[in-house]
Design a protein around this ligand. Structure first.
Ligand code: UDP
Length: 163
């Protein structure tokens, strides 16, 4: 049979989570929430994004009227990129984030991260990949192609890259 693209076996998945500049000060609390929901931190990196990096990361939104303002928000301070692993990690993290707009989140998902740490439809505390394929792309955006190679094959991969 045909294998679903970008799927991982056994229901274990990885997703790319990002804590945005408006919530970077709450990094530890947000990571603790992920843990409590069965998501393990496999990789973690705090960094400042350049405008070009934000434009690339959010390229699918480049024609939207909010794009320039999104770029200035995302470059206003550090972000924390996380690779989270667990059962159905992609939808599990999206569920924990809550709806895109933090005001909506406070109305319909009060326990969500966006309800607790975000402000509005832009300053909404966190990002999460929307599919396993986006997760692969976004993990390699922050952590490089090596991060997609299974741990058992890392030595072989590193030797190939070094040749
Ligand atoms: N965004 C915005 N204005 C909008 C919609 C989205 O500034 O009207 C920002 C917001 O920070 C959001 C990001 O653009 O998280 C990506 O939008 P998307 O629709 O992909 O939502 P998400 O997947 O983050 O829930």
């Amino acid at each position: 049979g045909e294998r679903a693209p970008c799927a991982r076996s056994g229901g274990r998945q990885r997703t790319l989570a990002m804590i945005k500049p408006d919530a970077a000060a709450s990094e530890e609390e947000i990571v603790a929430l992920a843990h409590r929901h069965g998501l393990r931190v496999v990789a973690r990196r705090r960094l400042n994004l350049s405008p070009a990096e934000v434009r690339l990361f959010y390229r699918e939104h480049r024609a939207r009227p909010f794009f320039p303002s999104l770029v200035s928000f995302m470059t206003s301070g550090p972000v924390v990129a996380l690779v989270l692993e667990g059962e159905d990690a992609v939808p599990a993290w999206r569920e924990l984030m809550g709806p895109t707009n933090s005001q909506t989140a406070r109305a319909v998902a009060r326990a969500s991260i966006r309800a607790q740490y975000g402000t509005d439809g832009q300053r909404n505390a966190v990002h999460g990949s929307d599919s396993p394929c986006s997760a692969q792309r976004e993990v390699s955006f922050f952590f490089g192609a090596r991060s997609l190679v299974p741990i058992q094959l890392r030595l072989i991969f590193d030797r190939m890259v070094a040749m």
